[in-house]
Design a protein around this ligand. Structure first.
Ligand code: FES
Length: 183
């Protein structure tokens, strides 16, 4: 509601000052509507928020699929039925804390906790990701503890890497999944 009022106000101001003014009158999900002069409108298109990602599995099979800015690599893989393991979805597992015989509390975890979604990302994309979305201590811990020598500087957890426009065209290698008896 407030944004609609702001948009109307910006539109009135733009019309009041005439052709030399430019006003942004709407912003929703990255879409921007601008009034330049009197009537020209520019709308963001789907293309502006689409990020193409090429997944490569351990057998060398490649598939390029579109994702959207803000989605995680795990989201994109799942949306396209690409086999990238996920135990916690990056949202943390529910843990039960037993306070007494009669009181057990559900604690909702945050962040990664299963380590299944290990991916390797080549340069230059990995540098951009490390730069803008550095791994948390927990992510480092999970990679080192469970993937050991398989984890390299190119390793990340797929649920923790969010797509941004400058990752368009990135390649993502999916190593072989964790052993079936992995806790
Ligand atoms: S899905 Fe569990 S850590 Fe990524």
């Amino acid at each position: 509601m407030a944004s609609a009022l702001l948009a109307k106000k910006a539109l009135r101001q733009a019309l009041a000052v005439g052709a030399r003014s430019q006003a942004t009158v709407g912003r929703r999900s990255g879409a921007v509507i601008s009034i330049i002069g009197s009537s020209r409108r520019t709308l963001a298109s789907v293309k502006d928020v689409t990020v193409n990602v090429t997944f490569i599995n351990h057998e060398g099979l490649r598939i390029t699929v579109p994702g959207r800015v803000g989605q995680s690599l795990l989201d994109v893989a799942q949306m396209h039925d690409i086999e990238l393991e996920s135990g916690c979805g990056g949202g943390g597992a529910v843990q039960q804390k037993k306070h007494s015989e009669r009181w057990t509390e559900d604690l909702f975890g945050r962040g990664p906790c299963c380590h299944f979604c290990h991916v390797k990302i080549p340069s230059p994309w990995i540098n951009t990701i490390h730069d803008k979305q550095p791994a948390t201590e927990k992510e480092h811990e999970l990679l080192e503890e469970h993937w050991q020598e398989e984890a390299t500087d190119n390793s990340r957890l797929g649920c923790q890497v969010m797509l941004t426009k400058n990752l368009d065209g990135m390649q993502v290698f999916i190593p072989d999944g964790p052993p079936a008896d992995c806790p």
